[in-house]
Design a protein around this ligand. Structure first.
Ligand SMILES: C[C@@H](O)[C@H](NC(=O)OP(=O)(O)OC[C@H]1O[C@@H](n2cnc3c(N)ncnc32)[C@H](O)[C@@H]1O)C(=O)O
Ligand SMILES: Nc1ncnc2c1ncn2[C@@H]1O[C@H](COP(=O)(O)OP(=O)(O)OP(=O)(O)O)[C@@H](O)[C@H]1O
Ligand SMILES: [Fe+2]
Length: 575
C-alpha cells in the first residue's frame, strides 16, 4: 500500500517506535529504540483450553491483553525517553506506532488496529501499518546484516520462500494448502495433545525412528495435506507416535529445506534468513544450516523471541517504514486479513540497487565449455556432447528419505524425458541410466538456459510444450526458466545452430514429473513457470501471457486449465 503522507526526511525524527501484534495468538507490544538497536517485548499468549485457535476466543483474549501489554510498553518507552538528549518532558515518548495490519484473524486484527489508532491519536504520532509476514523476515534481515537474502517463512498459518526483487518481496514458492505450523498442530490435535502442537512434535521426534511419509514438492511450491492424512493413518494403525513425529519432521522440514535450496540456486543468492514460529524447531534449523554449509551459503536464524509472533518485529520494520514516510492516515488504516507479502510496495529499501543480483555465471553450463556444476539437486558435468547428471546425497535429509528421493527421481526423469520426446516435445536423448548410482547420461542440448535468453517466442514454446505433455497425461513438475534449454538444436556440436536455423526450446529435468489428468496439477506447472519468470525477469507478465496464449491454443483443455490457474493464484491461504 502506498504511503499516504511523506514528511520530509522523517528519518532523523524516529528515535523510538511502539509495535503492536495480535494476528492470532500473541497479544504483544514492543518498544524499538533506533539508536541502540534494542528491542523490548511484552507478550501475553492465548492458550486454547481445547482444540486449536478459536477466532472468537482469540479476539476476546486480544481485547483484554492488548491494552495491558501496550500500557506496559508505553511505561518502558517513557523510562527510555527520560534519557533522550534534547527531548522536552512534554514530548511523546514514542515517535510512531506500528501495528500488524494483516494477514491474520479479522476479529483479532480489528482489536489491534483500534488500539494502535488510539495510541497514535493520544500522542499525535504517525501510524504505520505493517505486513506481518514481511515483518517476520525483515527482522532477520535487519539483524543478519544481509543485503539480498532468500527468506524462508515457516510460521503457523503460512509457509513460503521469498526474495526481494524490483521493489517487492516476490513469492518464489509457497504452500498450496495449510501453513506448516497449522499442519503439525492438526496432527497433534488428532493425537489428543493440547495447542500448540509444534513443540510437542519436536520433543517426541527426538525419541522416534523415521517412518516414510509422502513427500510433496512441485517446483518451489509444496503441500502438506497428503502428508498429514498419511501421518494420522500411521498413528491410527498403531505406529508409535514418536516415530510418526520423527517422520513428520524429517519429511516436512526436508521439503522446506529443499525449496530454500532451489530458491538460492534459482536466484543465484548466497544468503538465507529464517522466520516464523516453526523456525524455532532445532531440526529445521539444523537442516538449513547443513544445506547452506554444503553450498557455501550463509544462514541467519533470529533469536526465538523474534521467530514466534511478537511485536518486536513489527516495531523494527515500523521504524524503517516511518523513517521512509510510509505512514497511514487514520481513516485509511483498515486492517487486511488477506494481506499478502507481495502486495507491499517496499518503501524502506529505496536505495537498495544491490538487491537484484544477477544469477552467478559460474553456475551455468555454457556453450563450448567443459564444466561441472552444482544444481539445486544434482551435479551436472559436460563431457563433449554429453551431459552426466548425478543426484548427489543430501546429508541434511534422513538417509532413507534421501535414497528414496534420489532413486525415484532418477527413474522418473529418465522415463518422462523420453516420453515427452515421443510426444514431439524437444528433450535430450537419454543415453544411459544407472538408478543405483542415481546417474543419467543425456545428450547435450541448447547453448544456454532460458533465464539467460528469455524472449516471448521462447516463452510461447514453453507454453506449447507443457500443453503437449499435459494432453499426453503427465506434468513436468518443475518447469522453471532454468529447466529449459534454448539455442542450437541438440545432436550437433554445442553452440552450433541447426541447419534450418530454427531456435529449439528443450525441456529438461523431469525428475519431479508424474502422470496425472488433474487440471489442478496441470495448472501448477504453469504456476511454477510464472513464479520463476517473476523471480528472474522484469517483464514477467508479458512473457507469461505469451506462454498462456500458446498453451490455450495448443491444449485440448487449455481454457479450463487456465481458469484453474487463476484460482490457484487467487487462493487466500491466511484464514
Ligand atoms: C498470521 C499469523 O497469525 C501467523 N502466526 C503464527 O502462526 O504464529 P507463529 O508464532 O509464527 O507460529 C506458531 C506455530 O509455530 C509452531 N511451533 C512453535 N514451536 C515449534 C517447534 N519447536 N517446532 C515446530 N513447530 C513449532 C506452533 O505449533 C504453531 O503452529 C503466521 O505468521 O502465519
Ligand atoms: N541435456 C543437457 N544439455 C545441456 N545442458 C544441460 C543438460 N542437462 C542439464 N544441463 C544444464 O545443467 C543445469 C542443471 O541441470 P538440471 O536442472 O537437470 O539439474 P538440477 O540439479 O535438477 O537443477 P535444478 O534443480 O536447479 O533445476 C541446467 O540448468 C542446464 O544448464
Ligand atoms: Fe507469524
Amino acid at each position: 500500500m502506498a504511503p499516504t503522507s511523506s514528511p520530509t526526511d522523517a528519518s532523523d525524527d524516529i528515535r523510538r517506535v511502539l509495535g503492536i501484534e495480535g494476528t492470532a495468538w500473541a497479544a504483544s507490544a514492543a518498544v524499538y529504540e533506533v539508536e541502540t538497536d534494542g528491542v523490548t517485548i511484552e507478550s501475553d499468549p492465548y492458550q486454547p483450553e481445547s482444540g486449536g485457535i478459536h477466532p472468537r476466543e482469540a479476539a476476546e483474549h486480544m481485547s483484554e491483553a492488548v491494552p495491558s501489554v501496550v500500557e506496559t510498553m508505553l511505561a518502558e518507552a517513557r523510562a527510555q525517553a527520560a534519557d533522550d538528549v534534547g527531548r522536552a518532558p512534554e514530548e511523546p515518548p514514542i515517535d510512531a506506532v506500528a501495528f500488524s495490519r494483516g494477514p491474520g484473524l479479522g476479529p483479532c486484527l480489528r482489536i489491534v488496529g483500534t488500539a494502535a489508532r488510539a495510541v497514535a491519536q493520544r500522542f499525535d504520532v504517525p501510524l504505520v501499518g505493517v505486513n506481518h509476514m514481511v515483518a517476520h523476515l525483515e527482522v532477520g534481515r535487519h539483524y543478519s546484516g544481509f543485503d539480498a537474502p532468500v527468506c524462508l517463512n515457516a510460521s503457523g498459518a503460512n509457509a513460503h520462500v521469498l526474495a526481494f526483487r524490483n521493489g517487492r518481496y516476490r513469492v518464489l514458492g509457497e504452500t498450496m494448502d495449510t501453513g506448516v505450523g497449522n499442519a503439525l498442530d492438526k496432527f497433534t490435535r488428532h493425537v489428543g495433545w493440547s495447542h500448540p502442537g509444534g513443540p510437542k512434535v519436536e520433543a517426541h521426534a527426538k525419541e522416534g525412528e523415521y517412518v516414510d511419509l509422502p513427500y510433496v514438492v512441485k517446483g518451489m511450491d509444496f503441500s502438506f495435506s497428503g502428508i498429514m492424512s498419511a501421518a494420522k493413518d500411521e498413528y491410527d494403525a498403531g505406529t508409535p507416535v514418536e516415530d510418526v513425529c520423527r517422520g513428520l519432521e524429517e519429511t516436512v522440514f526436508a521439503m522446506l529445506t529443499e525449496v530454500s535450496e532451489r530458491a538460492l540456486s534459482l536466484t543465484g543468492r548466497e544468503e538465507l534468513v529464517l522466520g516464523g514460529g516453526v523456525g524455532q524447531n532445532e531440526r529445521l534449523q539444523g537442516m538449513l544450516r547443513e544445506m547452506c554449509e554444503q553450498r557455501g551459503a550463509e544462514l541467519h536464524v533470529p533469536e526465538n523471541r523474534f521467530l514466534r509472533d511478537n511485536a518486536g518485529m513489527i516495531a523494527v520494520l515500523g521504524a524503517k517504514m516511518a523513517a521512509a514516510g510510509d505512514t497511514l492516515a487514520i481513516e485509511a488504516s483498515a486492517i487486511d486479513s488477506d494481506f499478502r507479502p507481495d502486495e507491499v510496495a517496499v518503501s524502506w529499501r529505496a536505495g537498495d540497487s544491490e538487491a537484484d543480483p544477477a544469477p552467478a555465471a559460474s553456475t551455468r553450463v555454457d556453450a563450448g565449455e567443459t564444466a561441472a556444476q552444482q544444481g539445486a539437486e544434482a551435479t551436472v558435468s559436460v563431457e563433449g556432447d554429453r551431459v552426466v547428471k548425478r543426484r548427489v546425497p543430501r546429508s541434511y535429509r534422513h538417509p532413507a528419505l534421501d535414497e528414496r528421493l534420489r532413486r525415484e527421481r532418477t527413474r522418473v526423469e529418465a522415463r518422462l524425458t523420453s516420453e515427452a520426446r515421443r510426444c514431439g516435445v524437444p528433450t535430450p536423448l537419454v543415453l544411459d541410466v544407472d538408478t543405483a548410482e542415481s546417474t543419467i547420461v543425456f545428450q547435450r542440448v541448447g547453448d544456454r538456459d532460458l533465464d539467460a535468453g528469455l524472449t516471448a517466442e521462447r516463452a510461447r514454446a514453453v507454453g506449447r510444450h507443457l500443453a503437449t505433455i499435459h494432453d499426453a497425461g503427465f506434468v513436468h513438475g518443475d518447469p522453471t526458466t532454468r529447466n529449459v534449454r534454448v539455442g542450437s538444436a541438440g545432436g550437433g556440436a554445442a553452440g552450433e545452430s541447426s541447419a534450418d536455423g530454427d531456435d529449439r526450446v528443450f525441456l529438461i529435468d523431469f525428475g519431479l514429473g508424474y502422470h496425472t489428468g488433474h487440471e489442478e496439477d496441470h495448472a501448477m506447472d504453469l504456476h511454477v513457470f510464472a513464479q520463476s519468470l517473476a523471480g528472474t525477469a522484469d517483464d514477467a507478465d508479458r512473457l507469461q501471457a505469451a506462454a498462456e496464449d500458446a498453451y490455450r491454443a495448443t491444449s485440448e483443455r487449455g481454457e479450463t486449465v487456465l481458469d484453474r490457474l487463476r484460482a490457484v493464484e487467487g487462493r487466500g491461504r491466511y484464514q
